[in-house]
Design a protein around this ligand. Structure first.
Ligand code: SUG
Length: 510
């Protein structure tokens, strides 16, 4: 099937047709045959009498029309941690990043911890994918700051003259894929395509460099432009955007959903945080919603509680998590919480199950220390929900007790808790939910994903062996300038592009 939009005498019409079949435009056109062999969209124009006709044919497009036969499911794409994973204290406002500055990191362990989570989720029957790491150190950043000469000379000079810059250029922060993009599935968008808007990450200098590579990767992972549109990051004054970490899709079933955007600051007189920076603006959230092509009726915006930001909640996914019609959140998460919840409930037809956690149960400090709300809330194939928690949740008694109560209660669909050791990432402020980009999609979108970027046991084994071969066991500050490390990172990434069948992905390969 293909779909047709026709503008007839200025009136917009649409209808479905079969590929290569005669197309009869109701009432107005006698009969015309349109031959299309390519994929994508094509506009055909012709005249009949004094009327001008224009038809846009989108091949493979009708397959995108939302339909009950194509329910939306969630895929999680986790980024593979990079071989230069280190603790440089680059994120003020992120308590873990600041308190672990200068610690020795363990990149091999970090990458294996991430891969183990991916495998477990796949084995739980969820759709799991992986995204390749970015190349680090990012030499273009050094070059842009005036460092010259060959790669080794630049690294050596940066290490002595500007170690903070070398740390920025070496960060593996792309591993927190929840900050890669914001996503809306075709069932929610007005052109029925899946949209991904790459996050610009303008607030933290070490993360500003991520978006061009993220865009390149996402285009390779989602290559079918007839089904999926990957948008470049937004830019402009005041448009600071941190991606899906500040966005939640809620839905009453596996059909259309609503989009909940949470920002840290607005231009108007609303109060903002005093101690730490608000990373996302309302203007950015609005711009992202427009690019996603989510109709106004499916958008809800709310401001983060400034007190939460000042307590270390630098992204909304550190204080709330949603899945389907369930929203688990701390009572200090949002400004005007009551009206936000009323609005969310109204937009999903009264189906919202809000689970508010009181400060008397879990303090803000305990929430930030455990990353309870950075758990992944997932729907299992049997329809029940499970929380995918970091191990720290079981180490703080108040949080552990809350988890047990949540599972025991009958007023919510959470029936299980799975605990993961993600300490290497957690020490930089990245929990289970930070490590993954949620992509709600239907079966047709899924079959358009670059297959080697979807979990398979065989490729998982190859990735584990690849990490074990190439990743250093430890990294400290003084290792970052080692030119030998740059060489080995490039060899490793070269080998990865073979495993993931992504030739020429990295600039150094072209
Ligand atoms: O942006 N940490 C990341 C953590 C991102 C977590 N993501 C979500 N909440 N979705 C950040 O603050 C620390 C890097 C360092 O200090 O070396 C860092 O970038």
């Amino acid at each position: 099937m293909g779909s047709i939009e026709a503008s007839i005498g200025g009136v917009q019409e649409s209808m479905n047709s079969k590929w290569h079949e005669d197309i009869r435009l109701a009432r107005r056109v006698e009969r015309t045959t349109i031959e299309c062999n390519d994929v994508g969209s094509r506009i055909l124009r012709w005249k009949e009498d004094r009327l001008q006709f224009s038809v846009r044919i989108c091949l493979g497009y009708a397959a995108m029309m939302p339909s009950e036969n194509h329910p939306v499911q969630e895929a999680n794409f986790d980024s593979i941690v990079g071989p230069t994973h280190n603790y440089a204290g680059l994120s003020p406002g992120n308590v873990a990043s600041a308190s672990n500055q200068g610690e020795v990191s363990r990149p091999r362990e970090a990458a294996l911890q991430g891969l183990a989570k991916m495998r477990s989720l796949a084995e739980m029957g969820l759709v799991q994918g992986w995204l390749p790491p970015h190349e680090r150190p990012h030499l273009d950043l050094l070059r842009a700051e005036g460092f010259e000469g060959n790669d080794s000379a630049m690294l050596a000079a940066a290490a002595t003259e500007a170690p903070h810059l070398l740390a920025r250029a070496s960060s593996s922060s792309f591993m927190w894929a929840a900050n890669a993009a914001t996503v809306a599935p075709g069932v929610d968008t007005d052109d029925h395509r899946l949209h991904l808007v790459v996050a610009n990450l303008q607030t933290m200098p070490h993360r500003r460099i991520e978006s061009p590579t993220t865009e390149r990767i996402l285009r390779r992972v989602f290559p079918d432009e007839a089904r999926v549109q990957v948008h470049a990051a937004i830019h402009g004054d005041g448009l600071t955007d941190e991606g899906a970490a500040n966005h939640t899709r809620l839905a009453s079933g596996d059909g259309a959903g609503i989009h909940f955007f949470v920002y840290g600051s607005a231009d108007d007189a609303t109060p903002g945080p005093r101690r730490f920076v608000a990373r996302q603006t309302l203007a950015a959230s609005l711009a992202v919603a427009d690019l996603l092509r989510v109709p106004e009726s499916r958008r809800v915006f709310a401001q983060q509680n400034p007190a939460a930001i000042d307590a270390g909640v630098f992204h909304n996914d550190v204080i709330s998590v949603g899945n389907r019609n369930v929203l688990l959140f701390h009572e200090s998460a949002f400004l005007n919480q009551e009206s936000v919840l009323t609005e969310l409930d109204r937009r999903i037809d009264g189906a919202l199950i809000p689970i508010s956690v009181a400060a008397s149960e879990v303090s803000l400090e305990e929430a930030v220390g455990s990353y309870l709300f950075n758990s992944q809330l997932v729907t299992l194939p049997n329809g029940s929900m499970s929380l995918i928690c970091p191990a720290e949740c079981r180490e703080i008694p108040a949080v552990s007790d809350l988890l047990d109560r949540l599972v025991a209660r009958s007023d919510n669909p959470i029936e299980g808790v799975r605990v993961f050791d993600l300490r290497q990432s957690m020490r930089n402020g990245g929990g289970p939910a930070c490590l993954r980009l949620r992509v709600p999609l239907d079966d047709r979108d899924l079959s358009s994903v670059h297959p080697p970027c979807l979990y398979s046991p065989e490729r998982y084994e190859r990735l584990v062996a690849w990490v074990e071969q190439w990743y250093p066991e430890e990294i400290s500050d003084s290792d970052l300038a080692d030119p030998g490390r740059l060489e080995s990172v490039r060899e490793a990434l070269d080998a990865l592009t073979v495993i993931l069948e992504l030739p020429g992905l990295y600039a150094f390969q072209r």
